[in-house]
Design a protein around this ligand. Structure first.
Ligand code: AMP
Ligand code: MG
Length: 420
């Protein structure tokens, strides 16, 4: 395995003491190799998993030409262009119950949506426009050949791959796979991620809060964010700021996980002794990232596990997780589809303070103002104000070069929730 420092220092503009967000993401990516293990799972259990094979239809979907509407199947050639056409109804085809005979000249068959097109027919006239007169069906002029029908294979074509490796399976994909009658698929094995909090001031839930202590909230936000990524979790609790304890925790995490996520202990003063210990166990770089919140961050490898040493401040943990760890873990999971958060541009309803020379992730509320979507900040933006994440429904992403924002300017937002 190449040394991390050799890989990252080759990147253009790599500066560990003022690292731009996009460079940090690129540096992390360059050092990671996706997990290789593959397992077979039932189609339903494959939701959210990373597909590890090509799904190739063995037949067309739909398998037959069929009716898209309730009405009458007929031959377009039998219709007179400028007046009503009179046809004889010779039978019915229902969804799942095909009409067995062949339809001759001047004949039609009653059909329901999904019914196989009877042999000889090519067009469906919806039931609302026909008149029934005596035993005959009267079809008005103006019908088009092929209307209201669905062609065999218009959804999926036999032999043409429909889903490929590296894709996280979404609800629609499960449906596609099921439409091919496939009950099991190959997926990458789940990533194992160990996480713990560091800090002498941390109390665990259930213990009383002594003076100067705070409850360990980071492990709960991390639990939530990691769970949403669908990884296997190894929760290692709180580890005191003691070299021997930290060393043991890192060694055990590295032995059991593909990635380790910690919070706290990476700011300049605190990092000194962790640096020495990490140098023993693996290779870890300490970065100052040109962003807010979330300036200090450690990245590296301990044993075979990737390490993400996040800052301790509760908002900084979430921002660095979403901007770096999420991307890295999805890459490690074998995803090759584009999973970057979409950036949408909306109008800022109020001025926003911003300093040029760093990327800021302010917590925003996207709201509807009359007919237009606008965004405002949640107010207080301190990196310890976790409430701001809870109140927000998006990040307002203010680019590196940008200075302050006036009301009415366009800003970029990343929504917290996606539809699929
Ligand atoms: P650190 O990065 O360790 O210097 O911590 C920065 C700030 O985040 C300090 O105010 C810590 O008390 C706070 N902090 C660190 N870890 C946690 C945690 N697990 N839960 C809540 N707050 C934390
Ligand atoms: Mg600390």
């Amino acid at each position: 395995m190449n040394k991390i420092i050799e890989v990252v220092s080759c990147l253009d503009g790599y500066d560990p003491s003022a690292l731009r967000v996009d460079k940090a993401r690129e540096a992390i990516r360059a050092c990671l190799t996706p997990v290789a293990g593959i397992e077979r799972v039932a189609t339903r259990s494959a939701l959210g998993r990373v597909l590890a094979e090509q799904v190739v239809p063995r037949f067309d979907v739909p398998a037959h030409d069929n009716s898209a509407m309730d009405g009458y199947a007929l031959r377009a050639a039998d219709l007179t262009p400028d007046r009503d056409s009179r046809l004889e109804e010779v039978g019915a085809a229902l969804a799942g119950r095909p009409y067995k005979g062949k339809v001759g000249h001047g004949e039609c068959v009653r059909v329901t949506t999904g019914a196989v097109m009877p042999a000889g027919t090519d067009t469906v006239v919806i039931q609302e426009v026909v008149r029934i007169e005596g035993g005959a069906i009267l079809v008005p002029p103006g019908q088009k050949r092929g209307q209201n029908t669905r062609a065999a294979g218009e959804d999926l074509k036999s032999g043409v791959a429909v889903l490929g490796p590296g894709r996280a399976l979404a609800p629609a994909d499960l449906g596609l796979i099921a439409s091919l009658g496939i009950g099991e698929v190959s997926v990458r094995r789940r990533l194992r991620v160990a996480f713990f909090s560091t800090g002498d001031e941390l109390a665990s839930i259930g213990a009383p809060l002594a003076e100067g202590q705070v409850y360990d909230s980071n492990r709960y936000t991390l639990y939530g964010m990691l769970s949403r990524l669908g990884v296997e979790l190894i929760d290692m609790g709180v580890v005191r700021d003691e070299p021997a304890l930290l060393e043991a925790a890192f060694a055990s995490a590295a032995a059991n996980a593909d990635a380790i996520v910690t919070s706290g202990g990476v700011s300049v003063g605190e990092a000194d002794y962790t640096k020495q210990m990490m140098a023993k166990l693996g290779e870890v770089l300490f970065w100052t990232i040109a962003m807010r919140p979330g300036r200090p961050m450690a990245f590296g490898r301990i044993g075979d596990a990737a390490l993400f040493g996040l800052p301790g401040n509760p908002v900084a943990v979430m921002v660095t997780f979403y901007q770096f760890v999420r991307d890295a873990l999805l890459h490690l999971s074998g995803r090759t589809d584009d999973f970057t958060f979409p950036l949408l541009r909306v109008t800022a309803s109020h001025p926003i303070r911003k300093v040029a020379g760093r990327t800021e992730y302010q917590r925003g509320v996207l709201f509807r103002d009359g007919g237009e979507w606008k965004v405002r900040t949640t107010g207080q933006q301190g990196s310890g104000v976790l409430r701001s994440m809870s109140e927000a429904n998006c990040f307002i992403v203010l680019e590196h070069e940008r200075g302050k924002v006036e009301a009415g300017e366009l800003v970029q937002v990343q929504l917290f929730d996606g539809l699929v």
